[in-house]
Design a protein around this ligand. Structure first.
Ligand code: PMP
Length: 318
């Protein structure tokens, strides 16, 4: 779908996957006007396909578009385009229990612009790919390292929206961490340099007793849809959930730590390296809390338990 600055998107069309043409002075290439979403479709036992809260991705993209001076598809246009793309690629949705179809909606300034300004034209497209687990550890615990020098986001910046530049900004710390054998990086806030923010591509939760804490949303972390869902699931399961500033020192006392995201689902954290300390949280598997939450969320997403929240959207590929 295409749209002029200040205009609105009209309905799009399905195209075979392949390279796209862009003007060298396209806004996205020169000034980073790009936003994306990440979603997954799961195959149910009966062959139908389930999407998880697609309207949440649509509204997050709309909020991001507002921050990046871009027009965006309506919630309906976004969700209908996702459904059409998944149905057109139904043969790529893996069988139950064998992974999922990752869905990547992308909105970009495709019009040519030389002086710094919003692009005159925008393109919204969606592509898909079958995927398995995000971390090479699978659903086994991941090992994080706290980053003390580099930051992912600043107050007033774009850390709270899913814009492409945020991901370029994490590559350096992430590559260094991976080269040292860690799975990913845990970022701290850039003002006090002591409050947890998030991991390169997922949100973080810290468990102490019956209380689950997670950094509050205040513009520097991505408001994860899995995060929001896990907060509701945990409360329904009787846990107390606090959204607040979480001090990095709390990692030393925590019983369990886990990450959430569309790609990582719920991933237990096995260890966190913080300054010269390595804190370990059961490196052999899930902790009791993350196991419970993982189990409820994934069974919901795969249609194995009743969806009382009305979070899933069912597609019949027949
Ligand atoms: N934080 C960042 C930086 C992310 O890229 C993601 C993945 N979209 C998340 C958190 C988790 O968000 P969600 O649960 O919506 O996938």
């Amino acid at each position: 779908m295409k749209c002029a600055q200040g205009g609105s998107f009209s309905d799009g069309e399905l195209q075979r996957f392949g390279n796209i043409e862009l003007n060298p002075s396209a806004g996205v290439l020169n000034y980073g006007q790009g936003l994306f979403e990440g979603m997954k479709a799961y195959r149910k036992q009966d062959g139908n396909i389930l999407l998880f809260r697609p309207e949440e991705n649509a509204s997050r993209m709309r909020l991001g578009a507002e921050r990046m001076c871009m027009p965006s598809p309506t919630i309906d246009q976004f969700v209908e385009a996702v459904k059409a793309t998944v149905l057109a690629n139904k043969r790529w949705v893996p069988p139950p229990g064998k992974g999922s179809l990752y869905i990547r909606p992308l909105l970009m300034g495709s019009g040519a612009v030389l002086g710094l300004a919003p692009a005159p034209e925008y393109t919204f497209l969606i592509y898909v790919s079958p995927v398995g687990n995000y971390f090479k550890e699978g659903v086994a615990p991941i090992n994080l390292i706290v980053e003390h020098e580099l930051h992912r986001a600043t107050p007033g910046g774009t850390g709270g929206v899913k814009t492409i530049g945020n991901y370029a900004a994490v590559l350096k710390a992430q590559s260094a961490a991976k080269a040292k054998g860690y799975s990913d990086v845990l970022y701290l806030d850039c003002v006090h340099k002591k409050y947890l923010e998030e991991v390169s591509s997922c949100n973080i939760f810290v468990v102490k007793g019956d209380v689950i804490s997670t950094p509050s949303i205040k513009g520097t972390i991505l408001p994860g849809i899995t995060r929001k869902s896990i907060i509701d699931v945990a409360r329904n399961q009787g846990f107390q959930v606090e959204e607040r500033a979480v001090d990095v020192d709390e990692l030393l006392e925590a019983d369990e730590v886990f990450c959430t995201g569309t790609a990582v689902v719920v991933s237990p954290v096995g260890s966190i390296t913080y300054q010269d300390k390595r804190v370990s949280y059961g490196e052999s598997g899930f902790g009791a809390v993350s196991q419970k939450l993982y189990s409820v969320l994934t069974r919901l997403q795969m249609g194995l338990i009743e969806d009382k929240m009305d979070w899933t959207v069912e597609l019949n590929p027949a």
